[in-house]
Unconditional design. Sequence first.
Length: 263
Amino acid sequence: MKLRLPTIIGLGLVALVVVAAIAALFAPLPVGTPFAPPDGTHLLGTDQTGRDLLQAVLGGAMTTLVIAGLSALAGLLLGGAMSGLALRLCPLPDAGTIAPRQGMVAIIAGLVLAGLLGPGMANAVIAIGISVTLGACSELHLQLDRMRQLPYVQAARAAGLPTIATVQRHLMPELLPWISALALRQLAVAVLLEVALSFAGLGVTAPAMSLGSMMTGAQTLLTLQPLLAVLPGALAFGIAAALFLAAAGFSPRPGRGVNHAAV
């Protein structure tokens, strides 16, 4: 599977944020004066407690990425298992038109569940994970159902080729990049959901700090330090955009890039 330029750029940007956040964790800076302007020690100034603003934002980004990563991983695994079961029970040959609605339902379900569970990091992981599970299950169900209708897949099955061999020879070259793109998109959605939940007070709570909770705490401090709200929001948007860009680098299309070898 060859990586295209958008994928390399997107993943590189996300990796840069992760490396910077890890470095910030191991490079403590002395506490300064609250709302101090940028100087040689604090490149972007300090926040309301005197912490280095850049370091605080990177720490919030790490929390957001950890929650989003755990939620996306659990959601993709559960969604994959559920899609396989759903494909056996209820194939959807004409379901392409309902995919956008199913994705919206998944996001709304995650928000509602977060409201029911209440604030907290663990509850945020559960709520976002359920949302990702529903979205991933929907997309995987539709994609697998489309692919098994392809003529060469049906020919392989008619020729008696074992299911595992059919998947390995005919489906994996097409499915692997598609799943990679799905994972990146769902991770981007998980990042945005975490920021939204924390901003609404349904995600991370003090003393932990994420990008969304930082934006909430900065609402009353915009006149004193506008970067307190601008930086977390811009970084969250940038991370999600980079993940979507990386996903766009995988462009599988049904019937293309697969092995049409005789069965």
